[in-house]
Design a protein around this ligand. Structure first.
Ligand code: CTP
Length: 397
């Protein structure tokens, strides 16, 4: 399934480096050619000889190795691959990548490459949760770097929590997804997902019950068909899918800016449950109880992201898909919504409490387009996502 694919594998200096040797074996079993690059710290954990023996390739180690430069320069090395994988991606390597450093072979290759990069972070749980690492992760995801893991579990350092490198087979799956030759290969799709949080003051906010499940499933299904996905998500309950470009936002205004910045795209799917209103003036300090009684909250309307993108005169995606969650007269309301917002399709669903759809695992949708209404039977949200992705692939072909 990876036959003929070339992987440049950068092995960072962490205890999980031993798993990268197994990763080389697994990738090769599936037909890939793996060229290992060891950081200096990685050599403390695995030897160049074992990496070279398992990969049956020359192992690259030093930026200033002139013999290597004569054979293959570092620029060429960074581009000869179909995908660059960093496993384990240590806190230090992630920081270097986020900061744009190029002071050794690994970081220079990562700066010079024109190929997609997939990182498998691995570090102590405290280091993973440190604000600096989380900031670097957000920067890297915003730059389009793909991630897999980390997993949660017992760690070599004796602590428990997220930070373990993803298992080699999970990394192989992420590699396959990143190299997917599906009907959406070469297409860029924007997906919004999750709720938005609108601050009242620094500690309180207005939100809604969206879990982000349907938007996440759609992003995953599009990626599985080979699309490059920009996933703009509010604070959702479910984690973002692996292998997509993740842009995390809090508010509707930030979501609009992130969606516009992600364009151009061939298609856009607006699955987010955007708060219709925000505070006209959020307070900079915590609102305190006082003698004047309860505060009066004054709202301002949020921008309509779907309508804004649908009505763009320049750079509008070829296909714009919106959602309509309704409780009565579903088809009539959703048809009117499609007209009003100017999108191509509306995926309408009945979220009346008796349907059990809101917060559930199943969905029953009707796709409304210029051709009319197409009612799909009730099925899992994952199946709805796969059908939507397939229909998008057909529309873009
Ligand atoms: N949407 C958006 N930005 C907003 C509000 C909604 O992008 N500020 C998008 C949603 O992502 C969804 C679609 O618009 O794709 C419909 O959202 P919905 O809440 O059902 O519609 P509303 O515009 O709020 O209309 P109504 O109040 O009539 O239900």
């Amino acid at each position: 399934m990876l036959a003929g694919k070339r992987i440049l594998l950068i092995i960072g200096g962490g205890i999980a480096a031993f798993k990268s040797l197994d990763l080389i074996r697994r990738l090769r079993e599936r037909g890939a050619t793996v060229t290992p690059v060891l950081t200096r710290a990685a050599e403390e954990f695995v030897t160049p000889l074992s990496a070279s023996a398992l990969s049956a390739q020359k192992v690259y180690r030093d930026l200033f190795d002139l013999t290597d430069e004569a054979e293959m320069g570092h620029i060429e090395l960074s581009r000869a691959a179909d995908l660059v994988v960093v496993a384990p991606a240590t806190a230090d390597l992630m920081a270097k990548m986020a900061g744009g450093h190029a002071n050794d072979l690994a970081s220079t290759l990562l700066m010079a490459t024109d190929k997609r990069v997939l990182i498998a972070p691995a570090m102590n749980v405290r280091m993973w949760e440190h604000p600096a690492t989380q900031r670097n992760l957000a920067t890297l995801q915003g730059d389009g770097i793909l991630t897999v893991g980390p997993d949660e579990g017992d760690m070599a350092c004796g602590e428990y929590g997220p930070g373990r490198m993803a298992e080699p087979l999970a990394i192989v799956d992420a590699v396959s997804a990143a190299l997917q030759d599906g009907p959406l290969k070469g297409k860029h799709v924007l997906v919004t997902s999750g709720p938005t949080h609108e601050p009242i003051d620094p500690v309180r906010y207005i939100a809604n019950r969206s879990s982000g499940a349907q938007g996440t499933a759609i992003a995953r299904a599009l990626s599985a068909l080979g699309a490059e996905v920009s996933f703009v998500t509010g604070p959702a309950d479910v984690p973002p899918p692996d292998g997509v470009r993740v842009i995390k936002v809090q508010t509707a205004q930030q979501m609009l800016e992130a969606a516009k910045a992600a364009l151009p795209a061939d298609a856009a799917v607006f699955a987010a449950a955007v708060a219709d209103w925000r505070m006209a003036q959020a307070s900079d300090s915590k609102i305190k109880k006082g003698p004047d009684g309860a505060p009066a909250l004054t709202f301002a309307e949020n921008p309509d992201i779907l309508a804004t993108v649908s009505q763009m005169t320049k750079g509008r995606p070829k296909l714009v898909v919106g959602f309509a969650a309704e409780t009565d007269d579903v088809i009539a309301h959703a048809t009117a919504k499609r007209e009003r917002k100017g999108c191509d399709w509306i995926i309408a669903n009945d979220v009346s409490p008796e349907t059990g759809i809101m917060g559930g695992t199943e969905n029953a949708v009707t796709v409304i387009s210029a051709e009319g209404a197409d009612a799909w039977p009730r099925m899992s949200k994952d199946d709805v996502a796969r059908k939507i992705a397939a229909r998008i692939a057909e529309a873009l072909s």
